[in-house]
Design a protein around this ligand. Structure first.
Ligand code: NI
Length: 153
């Protein structure tokens, strides 16, 4: 495993549409492991493949350091409720902003074995999933911030 370089806002790769994964390969397996390692090292709760320069529909999430998830070719099939709160991104270091998102999501994706699974998530996990999902379509949370982006003290 290895740490990957996290791309920062302004890097074009963060604005691109990502492509579906058609099959698991040793390269993609290593990518996912590296994404977890890179996310934990940076103390993030989620990381999407384009943030390490790979335009594939993959993201990893771990909001409590107890439950880690990899989502391959994810689809958010239900969104309900609303939550408004602080959000940040490893690609936008030193900043945070207020973003309103669905409070609950149902997501379908493939796991590391390319087996389909479905997950229902609320609150922080739901926020992280929506945030990472947006990365796969080239969107950053800063587009959704209410008011000004804030500096982390
Ligand atoms: Ni992000």
């Amino acid at each position: 495993m290895a740490l990957r370089k996290i791309r920062k806002i302004g890097d074009e790769v963060l604005t691109k549409q990502c492509r579906e994964v058609s099959k698991m390969t040793p390269r993609i397996h290593t990518l996912v492991q590296d994404m977890f390692e890179t996310m934990y090292e940076a103390e993030g709760v989620g990381l999407a493949a384009p943030q390490v320069g790979i335009l594939k529909r993959i993201f990893v999430v771990d909001v409590d350091r107890e439950n880690s998830y990899v989502f391959i070719n994810p689809e958010i099939v239900e969104r309900s409720g609303e939550q408004t709160g602080e959000e940040g991104c490893l690609s936008v270091p030193g900043k945070y902003g207020i973003v309103t998102r669905a409070n609950h999501v149902k997501v379908r994706a493939l796991d590391l074995n390319m087996e389909p699974f479905e997950l229902e998530a609320d609150e922080l996990l739901a926020r992280a999933i929506q945030h990472e999902y947006d990365h796969l379509d080239g969107h950053l949370y800063v587009e959704k911030v209410e008011g000004e982006l804030q500096e982390v003290e």
